[in-house]
Design a protein around this ligand. Structure first.
Ligand SMILES: *Cc1c(COP(=O)(O)O)cnc(C)c1O
Length: 426
């Protein structure tokens, strides 16, 4: 078979099975094209994308403005490494720092790399600014976290599938219950060597767990009280997904003046990835103010591709789209509508217990135990009915469409979802 021959779905799946490592278990659908909220499989069937590549494609598939920025830059200069300056990186850093209200940005490529960067930054700050003895810094993390797949990150995961037989694990992490301020305060009180608190504003992979109102604000205040860095992993929640520019940031000094949320929870260290590129290119970043970021000196950290001109051009365009198309506002309005519509159905449903989420990061909990196959089977039926979603656990399905969706499209999706769920009513 020639490389450019059009494959059938089965041929494409067979090739991946034979030649690819089996590190994922994809839903059986083979996509070949995407535009806005839609994707198409190789047989030409159209679907609503309700995963958005784990919230990387917030701006919709193949957004012309972002793709254009990438193509233009790719034809001009792609990679210099950081051995030399390039004329795009500084522009992007200024743009992103002003956009999110921080002094400095450290560019990386993937979410996991940005998390690793934040951990290194936090430790170095602890030794050089806070004055913790070398090698004794601890970072508090939350149970059921998801921060990526590197050896250090899985060291503080409690997902057995992600951890088993990948030891020995990296030390220096204390795990506490998510959404538990008492546990946080106790841990801070009893451990003078704590340097940072790493938290997801909403636990996405765990099943879209939204913490109690005020949790983040109070956690930040505790971190301040104990001189500990509040590190927000907004790789999934960031960039308008939850109905504001950042899930942690209400009226921060960002330029999104329209977000009218509760008082700011401004992280000391902000981790971004996924949608900072609109899903067209791997781009991630760590942002912090000078008092923290200035501990990083030449040679301490880096990446050959981090901060390359294509990434810089793409990220500027992707953030401009979020601002110009008011995606945070749209996610907020459509999210309310989505939960309201599903709640009407859930009142009488025997198969769904609840819907939860913020903005367009939502999940439904199926009336089954965690190791049932029902959520998977529902996702197969959703696929057959023209909508793609994926379980996060045996009984939880995440719903996270691109934020460029219209109200009409959303209501169409709601009717597909409810029609499908009704097929599973006993
Ligand atoms: C996806 C994700 C990551 C990891 O990003 P990769 O680009 O897959 O390495 C880290 N943190 C959170 C919260 C994520 O959702």
């Amino acid at each position: 078979m020639a490389v450019l021959d059009q494959l059938t779905s089965q041929q494409a799946i067979d090739l991946e099975n034979k030649y690819g490592a089996h590190n994922y278990h994809p839903l059986p659908v083979v996509l070949t094209r995407g535009e806005g909220v839609y994707v198409w499989d190789v047989e030409g069937k159209q679907y609503y994308d309700f995963l958005s590549a784990y919230s990387a494609v917030n701006q919709g598939h193949c957004h012309p403005k972002i793709v254009n920025a990438m193509v233009q830059q790719a034809q001009t200069l792609t990679l210099t490494s950081r051995a030399f300056y390039n004329d795009m990186l500084g522009k992007y850093e200024k743009f992103a720092c002003e956009f999110f209200g921080f002094d400095k940005l450290l560019p990386m490529n993937t979410g996991a790399e940005a998390v690793e960067t934040a951990l290194k930054l936090c430790r170095k700050w602890a030794y050089e600014v806070k004055g913790i003895h070398e090698n004794e810094a601890e970072i508090i993390v939350c149970e059921n976290n998801f921060h990526g797949r590197t050896t250090t990150i899985i060291s503080f995961s409690n997902d057995p599938v992600a951890r088993k037989n990948f030891g020995p694990y990296t030390k220096g992490f204390i795990k506490i219950e998510y959404d538990n301020l008492v546990a946080l305060e106790e841990t801070l009180k009893n451990n003078p060597n704590v340097a940072g608190f790493l938290v997801e504003p909403i636990q996405g992979e765990a099943g879209v767990y939204v913490p109690s109102e005020g949790y983040l604000t109070k956690a930040k205040a505790l971190c301040e009280q104990y001189n500990v860095l509040f590190i927000a992993d907004e790789v999934q929640t960031g960039i308008a997904r939850t109905g504001r520019l950042l899930a942690t940031c209400g009226n921060c000094s960002c330029i999104n003046k329209n977000c009218s949320s509760s008082p700011d929870v401004k992280p000391d260290v902000l981790i971004l990835g996924k949608a900072i590129s609109g899903g067209v290119y791997p781009v991630s970043a760590v942002l912090a103010n000078d008092s923290v970021m200035n501990v990083i000196k030449p040679g301490n950290h880096g990446s050959t591709f981090g901060g390359n001109p294509v990434a810089a051009a793409v990220a500027i365009a992707a953030l401009e789209v979020v601002r110009d198309e008011k995606l945070a506002e749209n996610a907020s309005v459509l999210g309310e509508l989505f939960r309201a519509e599903l709640n009407k159905y859930i009142k009488t449903s025997k198969i769904v217990n609840l819907v939860r989420g913020k903005g367009l990061l939502n999940a439904i909990v199926i009336n089954e135990d965690e190791d049932s196959n029902t959520a998977w089977d529902i996702c197969l039926a959703l696929r057959d009915n023209g909508l793609l979603a994926k379980p996060t656990h045996g009984n939880i399905i995440r719903f996270a469409p691109p934020l460029v969706m219209t109200e009409e499209q959303l209501l169409d999706c709601v009717s597909i979802i409810i029609k499908t769920l009704k097929q599973f009513e006993k």
